[in-house]
Ligand binder design. Structure first.
Ligand code: ARG
Length: 462
């Protein structure tokens, strides 16, 4: 295809450069955004009298035809075109003649690509948010189902204090809720219309930028032409949100992998979400979790790639910026696969309540509560901690649990112990007494679930 910019050149581009610089293999994904943006631009050019109404109408009709063919799968993309913008413009002129050559009036590919990517980012943010909201909903439902399911909480991956599965799941709800907020923010950043920035210095034509924004549903227009074509912050925000979200998924996956081990045995993945081994007949591997954990690396890579592309660029547009798309699309595609797969896997995972509770009873998870009991009897916490620690030491040697010690043995460690100690260090008591806001007590988790449901209702729109 002849270059639309070839006027000042005497030689054609080298085939190596043609291949090297072509972005159509990946930016054809922007075709709908590109054509829709051009329809708005042409409509405005006609309304402003910059183009004749006749030309504007011919352009709009031509572009609508291209869009319809594309949606019907009838458009053959010319891989020889430099990029999607050139492809659409050349095709339009092919189809409608002279008027097609007037479409690019008052516009540069620099503000055009900025517009296209923003439009695509708006859709991407909306779709990822919708998937995250489904996961949040599931977490609320599961947490409500498991607010009385006692399990061990860990620090340093050593048993720490008894909590509930519902409480644990609500921790993940908080993380994914913040992810939703990050994608909402990335959406707002993308929601600014850059056309009119031209190549870098605006344009001499009396464009109506607000009208284009209105036609395309943008909330605002950009306020500086140089920034309008240089800015990819909205993609970096998307990639940063994507990276954080993947990090959260990855931590959750790590826990599910751990819980599915023979050593933990507190979760059983549905057969539909596990794979077998070609040699070991007994194997049931948590591949969905492992792949999600693994794909986190590539999304971080996408973020790093774009941050690095942008870091040395002088204003305004540089061709380096063409590298934004593959990183963005890759992270987007990865999330669009990981989120529904993870959500469905979690929904179908069975949690072994009895095993969770049994495991919570091991490892002295009630040692803090035993110390707190003595504080209730007037001991300073530091002394109570010491008494509890010495009893743990005794139990470790004798392979017993704190609950197994007789009252005499307890009294030998400190005379303040009474019969009510056993009730005080029962796992259910330990959990129930932590009823302050944000705590694991079923009542506190219930409150937290209710706040979560309210938040969901407020954030389900838009
Ligand atoms: N394909 C280019 C990109 O993706 C479009 C903008 C090209 N602008 C230019 N001045 N060469 O960034």
């Amino acid at each position: 295809m002849a270059k639309l910019w070839a006027g000042r050149f005497e030689k054609p581009t080298n085939a190596l450069l043609d291949d090297f610089q072509s972005s159509i293999p990946f930016d054809q994904r922007l075709l709908e955004c590109d054509v829709t943006g051009s329809i708005a631009h042409a409509t405005m050019l006609g309304e402003q009298g910059i183009l004749t109404m006749e030309d504007a109408k011919a352009i709009v009709a031509g572009l609508e035809g291209i869009l319809a063919d594309y949606r019907a799968g009838k458009l053959e993309i010319d891989m020889g075109a430099e990029d999607v913008h050139m492809f659409v413009e050349a095709l339009l002129t092919d189809r409608i003649g002279e008027a097609g050559k007037r479409l690019h009036t008052g516009r540069s590919r620099n503000d055009q690509v900025a517009l296209d990517v923003r439009m695509y980012a708006l859709q991407a943010n909306t779709q990822v948010k919708a998937l995250l909201m489904k996961l949040c909903q599931l977490l609320l439902d599961l947490a409500s189902e498991h607010k009385n399911t006692v399990m061990a909480g860990y620090t340093h991956l050593q048993k720490a204090q008894p909590i509930t599965l519902g409480f644990h799941l609500m921790a993940y709800f908080q993380m994914f809720k913040r992810d939703v907020q990050r994608f909402e923010h990335a959406y707002d950043e993308a929601d600014v219309m850059p056309l009119g920035s031209g190549a870098l210095a605006g344009t001499t034509y009396p464009l109506n930028r607000e009208r284009v924004a209105e036609l395309l549903g943008f909330s605002e227009v950009t306020d500086n032409a140089l920034d309008g074509v240089s800015d990819r912050d909205f993609l970096i925000s998307f990639l940063a949100a994507a990276s954080t979200c993947m990090m959260h998924l990855s931590r959750f996956c790590e826990e599910l992998i751990l819980w599915s081990t023979n050593e933990f045995s507190t979760a059983i993945m549905d057969d539909g979400f596990a794979t077998g081994s070609s040699i070991m007949p007994q194997k049931k591997n948590p591949d969905a979790c492992e792949l999600t954990r693994g794909k986190t690396g590539r999304v971080y890579g996408d973020l790093m790639a774009l941050l690095t592309v942008m870091k040395g660029l002088p204003l305004a547009y540089n061709k380096d910026m063409q590298e934004d798309k593959e990183a963005f699309f890759d992270a987007y595609d990865t999330l669009m696969k990981c989120l529904p797969t993870f959500t469905e896997m979690l929904r179908t995972t069975a949690f072994k309540k009895d095993e969770m509770e049994r495991s919570a009873g091991l490892g002295f998870t009630n040692a803090t509560d035993l110390a707190d009991y003595l504080v209730g009897k007037g001991l300073p916490f530091r002394d109570a901690h010491h008494v509890s620690g010495s009893l743990v030491g005794k139990c470790v040697k004798e392979n017993r649990a704190l609950d197994d010690l007789s009252l005499e043995e307890l009294k030998a460690a400190h005379p303040a112990f009474e019969e009510d100690i056993y009730e005080a260090i029962a796992l259910s008591t330990c959990v129930q007494r932590r009823s302050l806001r944000g705590g694991p007590a079923p009542s506190a988790v219930e409150d937290s679930i209710n706040r979560g449901r309210q938040w969901m209702a407020q954030h389900s729109e838009g």
